[in-house]
Design a protein around this ligand. Structure first.
Ligand code: AHM
Ligand code: MG
Length: 337
């Protein structure tokens, strides 16, 4: 491809919109704002060490975790940018206990609610390791023109109209889906544009990488312990032992496994009996992405996107990635618990 054939994110969004003559362009407008907000967060992530923005804020978020300055910046920036775009009537974020209602004339007419983890893997910020933003978009249930309600957010993942993530890594990438496959865009810093670099990504059906925090091994359910043993056993026919890779940033671990083939797991543990990851703004959007790439995402027994959420910050065990690997761990969980 020569330089003149580059497709930018905004061109791509508009091309997609043109395939649906009845589309009014509001989702396109919203996605355009997500891309712009991501570029600004990326700018701050990249200069973090330079401007003394690193380090803890001294406050804690609703999960009782220390908030980092960049978490706060990313949260504020996405909220302000999506408010100004006018298509979103309310936002739920990992960093805010309740959802944020936009109660002005323009935003009340927004058709969408937006859910996000503005800076995922934030314990990695201070050590210059990849982090991400995760987002999920639904059509509201409440009437356009009225105030958004909790019901707008507590929808199963199957109702998502779009979802994606931004990976602030060795390069910055935005990967998203609107339900017809997933595409990846790499930020070209020289022109300040996300450019289509990974068209219709497919997750290999089989993979040879397993990713989980093995430090929690003793606290895992028996089925997961048995599956880890299976991953480590030698068997040439099935390319075992598999490689163990764990960054500790969901977006980064999932992105690698998406491209190379692999499984990401965050099971229940004794100290996190519901799992650690949040259903609405971490697991559902990642599940939508993975499924659109041909992979699988479950809680060990049920499809993640079919779970009926009951609260904004609810947690779930999470297994996602290459279909045959997820099926295998499910077999172990079924037999050993
Ligand atoms: P965060 O949203 O507070 O950053 O926590 C979520 C992160 C995920 O990115 C990652 O997969 C997981 O927590 C790592 O947890 P652990 O340190 O327990 O392995
Ligand atoms: Mg987070």
């Amino acid at each position: 491809m020569n330089a003149f054939e580059v497709t930018t994110l905004n061109e791509f969004i508009l091309e997609k919109q043109a395939q649906f003559p009845q589309a009014e362009g509001d989702l396109s407008h919203l996605l355009h704002h997500v891309g712009t907000a991501a570029k600004i967060v990326n700018r701050e992530v990249n200069k973090a060490g330079l401007v003394d923005i690193l380090g803890e804020m001294g406050s804690t978020n609703v999960q009782g975790e220390d908030q980092k300055k960049l978490d706060v910046f990313a949260n504020d920036h996405f909220i302000n940018s999506l408010h100004s775009c006018g298509e979103v009537c309310a936002i739920a974020s990992e960093e805010n206990e309740s959802f944020i209602l936009f109660d002005d004339d323009v935003a009340r007419n927004g058709k969408y609610v937006f859910l996000m983890d503005p800076l995922d893997g934030s314990s990695n910020i201070d050590v210059n390791v990849s982090i991400g933003t995760i987002f999920s978009i639904y059509k509201r249930k409440s009437k356009v023109g009225e105030k958004a309600t909790m019901e707008d957010f507590l929808q199963p993942g199957t109702e998502q109209v779009a979802a994606g993530y931004v990976l602030y890594g060795s390069s910055t990438m935005l990967v998203y889906t609107t339900g017809d496959g997933i595409n990846g865009f790499t930020l070209d810093p020289s022109i300040g544009e996300f450019c289509l670099s990974h068209k219709l990504i497919k997750n290999p059906e089989d993979g040879y990488i397993y990713s989980l925090n093995e430090g929690n091994y003793l606290k895992f359910p028996a089925g997961v312990k048995q599956y880890i043993k299976y991953c480590q056993e030698k068997d040439e026919a099935t390319h075992r032992p598999y490689s163990s890779r764990y960054i500790g940033s969901l977006v980064s671990d999932v992105h690698r496994n998406l491209l190379k083939g692999g499984i990401f797991m965050y099971p229940v543990t004794e100290s996190a009996p519901q799992g650690k990851l949040r259903l609405l703004y971490e697991c559902n959007p990642i599940a939508f992405i993975i499924e659109q790439a041909g992979g699988k995402a479950t809680n060990g027994t049920k499809r993640i996107m079919e779970l009926n959420p009951t609260s904004l910050h609810e947690r779930t065990p999470f297994y996602c990635g290459s279909t045959n690997m997820v099926l295998k761990v499910e077999e172990f969980i079924k037999v050993f618990g």
